[in-house]
Design a protein. Structure first.
Length: 135
């Protein structure tokens, strides 16, 4: 997924503050990874954050670049859907370990995600577009 300006021209697997940022993963692969994840550590990019929310997994989220990410991260954290952490390896690891050990916090984050009402409307939208073509 898009890493914004976090990599500043570094290769796809460049390290930032000890954190390895992977610029992109095929959508199908990402969906499979998220579906099987116990806990997610992810960037706050628009597409990635929505995919994480759709997976409804407890998540430590960080802004990896892009001017929109800090505000998105703050909104999602304020809504109780994600646990925010700075883009530093120790901070992300500490937040992920603490969340992994706190089953109640995990459940609260999943409930926070559900309260947002995020749904995947791809099939519904595609059906409507096809109906318009047939009209």
């Amino acid at each position: 997924q898009y890493a914004g300006d976090a990599l500043d021209g570094k290769p796809d697997r460049g390290a930032i503050g000890g954190v390895r940022v992977i610029r992109s993963v095929p959508t199908e692969t990402l969906g499979t990874l998220l579906a099987g994840a116990h806990l997610v550590v992810a960037g706050a990019g628009n597409m990635l954050s929505n995919q994480v929310l759709l997976a409804a997994r407890p998540c430590v989220m960080t802004a990896t670049g892009g001017h929109d990410q800090p505000a998105r991260l703050a909104r999602l954290a304020a809504s109780g859907a994600v646990r925010p952490a700075p883009l530093e390896s120790a901070a992300l690891a500490d937040a992920a370990i603490a969340l992994d050990r706190d089953v109640e916090a995990q459940a609260e984050l999943v409930e926070g995600i559900r309260r947002l009402g995020v749904v995947n409307d791809t099939e519904r939208v595609a059906a409507r577009l096809l109906a318009l073509l047939d009209a």
